[in-house]
Design a protein around this ligand. Structure first.
Ligand SMILES: NC(=O)c1ccc[n+]([C@@H]2O[C@H](COP(=O)([O-])OP(=O)(O)OC[C@H]3O[C@@H](n4cnc5c(N)ncnc54)[C@H](O)[C@@H]3O)[C@@H](O)[C@H]2O)c1
Length: 177
């Protein structure tokens, strides 16, 4: 994919590592294969994205990477393998920011709270759970995809040219409590 983009556009300015899966399984119900799949997609995705794209950014001396982690990487939400995979995204983002900064490439991580997308559809099917979540959130609503997109837009833009290694939590204040 990287080769195709380079062949067509000559350079890559922005990389957003967003693809991910989630689970509701607790630790005891999680098999080794479940754990490997979770870490494989959520953890290896940003690793592979940066490994293949950043060298092209470094050639240009500039680039912005935004990795999508989750507030579950910072607080105990009981999602175990998912939280662990997002913790990996958190750690690799910091490490990459220090490694790539001198090449002109910035790396930041975004930590969404509960956002209304297909991923949270199951939660949204229960009015009771949604109401509980809203009640527990200082800003009294669930997040929308645009809340995250706007943050990514900022971090990817030149307006954030002095921002790297940062962690932007977008969860309506949930994890600030
Ligand atoms: N929705 C939330 O409440 C929430 C909260 C915190 C973090 N996040 C994170 O935000 C990101 C986007 O999630 P979303 O809520 O839009 O979920 P989503 O399920 O709507 O979107 C996830 C996307 O990832 C893609 N994907 C999954 N596995 C893939 C693979 N192996 N290769 C390529 N693409 C793959 C899916 O096709 C889908 O388009 C994810 O990393 C997710 O963990 C979501």
């Amino acid at each position: 994919m990287t080769d195709e983009v380079i062949a067509k556009f000559g350079q890559i300015d922005i990389l957003v590592n967003n693809a991910g899966i989630s689970t509701e399984k607790g630790i005891n119900d999680t098999t080794l294969a479940d754990w490997q799949l979770m870490l494989g997609i959520n953890g290896f995705g940003p690793f592979l994205g940066m490994k293949h794209v950043v060298p092209h950014m470094a050639k240009e001396g500039k680039g912005a990477v935004v990795n999508i982690s989750s507030f579950t990487a910072q607080i105990g939400m009981g999602l175990n393998s998912y939280s662990a995979s997002k913790g990996a995204v958190r750690a690799i983002s910091k490490a990459a920011a220090t490694q790539y900064g001198r090449m002109g490439v910035r790396v930041n991580a975004v930590f969404p709270g509960t956002i209304e997308t297909p991923m949270t559809q199951k939660l949204e099917e229960s009015k009771e759970l949604v109401n509980q979540m809203i009640k527990a959130t200082p800003l009294q609503r669930l997040g929308q995809p645009a809340d995250i997109a706007n943050a990514v837009l900022y971090l990817a833009s030149d307006e954030a040219s002095y921002v790297t290694g940062s962690e932007l939590v977008i969860d309506g204040g949930y994890s600030a409590q």
